[in-house]
Design a protein around this ligand. Structure first.
Ligand SMILES: Cc1cc2nc3c(=O)[nH]c(=O)nc-3n(C[C@H](O)[C@H](O)[C@H](O)COP(=O)(O)OP(=O)(O)OC[C@H]3O[C@@H](n4cnc5c(N)ncnc54)[C@H](O)[C@@H]3O)c2cc1C
Length: 464
């Protein structure tokens, strides 16, 4: 159904792009065929490393005439196969579009190209006293990828997700037209919010070629508390009480001893507290040291005296901060290293249901004899659950995965939750989303896709 790329097409691309930015055959690394999860694999026919909006527009004009599928790729750190070129064609690699274009201090807006890495945004703005709040775990992801997946992260409880920090985007449509959605403005009720539709559309509607990011003053003080509980459920059950108190946490994470053990093994470093089985990690920040101190004291007092915490450990020394946050940052990769293969579930449920969902996964572990380590964002109801293959045979694991996913997504639905809190749908979660949202919503989504991409050349096979 799609045109296969031939010599004539390559000659056309070479007429306006240098040869070294057009990769074919064995010059294409295997990495371009998969993302970080590695469960969905398909090979591109050509990889083009783009440098400008105009180049992208020219490639799309040609591809839409010839019916060549195009998949955009940032750093490839996605976990649901969203950047995998299911139908071959072209992979557009945006990582060379990595310039920070403008810091507009009067309007508190940072203008960047899509291939700028998240960690480079932090290291550019923070020494100047500015804050870009979204805090997804993988700092080597591109901002284009973060916007395309509406990445979440640990500070979502207080500051929201990527969508809340994007003022405007420049995009290239599948037709090759260039347009800017939104402006450097704080409010916008100017028609349908096409900007917000593109954010989170996982590269299926348009290519983000420039981003105008909101900044705010950098909090002057940040303090974390590590709060051990007897069991994970006991700790998670207390999170709504912490959120109802006036302590206003920035992050509320949960994890257990088993997950810490994987991180210790992966990093070769010991977690600061060897005694307890389950933890809630709370962070507080603000502009006023006294105010932050008061919030920390309020939360510590509540946890110790009313919520049944075993202890409260202040994460204040550089050594302790390093050990706790390094461990937290390594959980996903540490679990991956603990097994032969795994797949993940990124459900989001109402906050009050998190511990019930965790308990439900214990039942699944017993029922299917499979390991399902987990950790997650207790403050926003987003759980990360990893179904591990270990020494199961391939067909047995495929069968177990199918059944466990079906039960998990059904349970999330029953609890008023959704398939994905932050990692997206891509290809891996498509059928589960279709099942949960049903035909009316799917028809609306398919209609939107048709309006943007009538020839279905942009990231075909994903989401809808
Ligand atoms: C260790 C680890 C921790 C993680 N933690 C988090 C977390 O806390 N929160 C979270 O939300 N995610 C997390 N992720 C998932 C991943 O990092 C995010 O989904 C990230 O936003 C992907 O960015 P990327 O540049 O790697 O995009 P890719 O993986 O390359 O692409 C992802 C999707 O975005 C599209 N895309 C990329 N660039 C563009 C563009 N310029 N225009 C249009 N579409 C584009 C692609 O087509 C694809 O559909 C984690 C991943 C890992 C490996």
């Amino acid at each position: 159904m799609y045109h296969k790329i031939n010599n004539q097409d390559l000659q056309y691309f070479k007429s306006f792009l240098p040869e070294e930015r057009i990769l074919t055959g064995t010059a294409i690394s295997e990495d371009y065929s998969k993302d970080e999860m590695g469960t969905i694999v398909a090979h591109p026919e050509v990889v083009i490393k783009v440098l400008s909006t105009e180049e992208i527009a020219a490639i799309f004009k040609y591809a839409s005439e010839k019916l060549i599928p195009i998949t955009v790729r940032g750093s490839g750190t996605g976990l649901v196969g969203a950047c995998v070129p299911l139908y071959g064609g072209i992979v557009l690699d945006t990582t060379l579009m990595n310039r920070i274009l403008e810091l507009d201090e009067e309007n508190l807006v940072l203008v960047v190209e899509p291939g700028v890495l998240l960690m480079d945004i932090y290291s550019f703005v923070e020494p100047k006293g500015y804050f870009y709040a979204p805090d997804p775990g993988e700092k080597s992801a591109t901002i284009g990828g973060n916007i395309a997946t509406n990445a979440g992260g640990m500070r979502a409880v207080k500051y929201g997700v990527t969508r809340d920090w994007v003022r405007a985007i420049e995009v290239v449509l599948p037709s090759g037209e260039i347009t800017q959605l939104g402006r450097k403005v704080v409010k916008d009720t100017t028609g349908y919010s096409l900007k917000n539709l593109i954010i989170g559309s996982e590269g299926t509607l348009a290519v983000i070629t420039k981003a105008y990011l909101k900044l705010s003053p950098l909090p002057s003080k940040t303090v974390s508390l590590l709060v051990p509980f007897k069991t994970l459920e006991q700790g998670i059950d207390q999170v709504p009480h912490i959120l109802q108190s006036r302590s206003d946490p920035t992050a509320v994470e949960f994890f257990g001893r088993e997950t810490i053990g994987f991180a210790e093994m992966f990093l070769g470093k010991k977690f600061p507290d060897p005694h307890n089985q389950a933890y809630i990690l709370l962070t507080f920040d603000g502009q006023d040291d006294k105010d932050v101190k008061a919030k920390v004291e309020r939360a510590a007092d509540l946890c110790l005296n009313e919520l049944g915490a075993e202890d409260v450990l202040i994460v204040d020394t550089e050594e302790r901060k390093d050990l706790v946050w390094k461990a937290r940052g390594a959980f996903l990769e540490a679990i991956k290293a603990s097994t032969t293969q795994m797949d993940e579930c990124d459900v989001v449920v109402p906050r009050a249901k998190v511990s019930e969902f965790v308990k439900f996964t214990y039942d699944l572990t017993k029922k299917y004899q499979v390991r399902i380590p987990s950790f997650g964002h207790a403050g926003d109801g987003n759980l990360h659950l990893y179904i591990c293959k270990d020494d199961m045979a391939d067909d047995q694991f495929a069968d177990v995965l199918e059944k466990v996913f079906a039960e998990m997504y059904n349970q999330a639905d029953q609890m008023g939750g959704l398939i994905s809190g932050e990692h997206g749908i891509g290809f891996a979660k498509k059928k589960y989303m279709q099942h949960l949202l049903g035909p009316t919503q799917m028809a609306l989504m398919q209609g939107i896709k048709k309006v943007f991409d009538p020839n279905n050349i942009l990231n075909p096979g994903k989401i809808v």
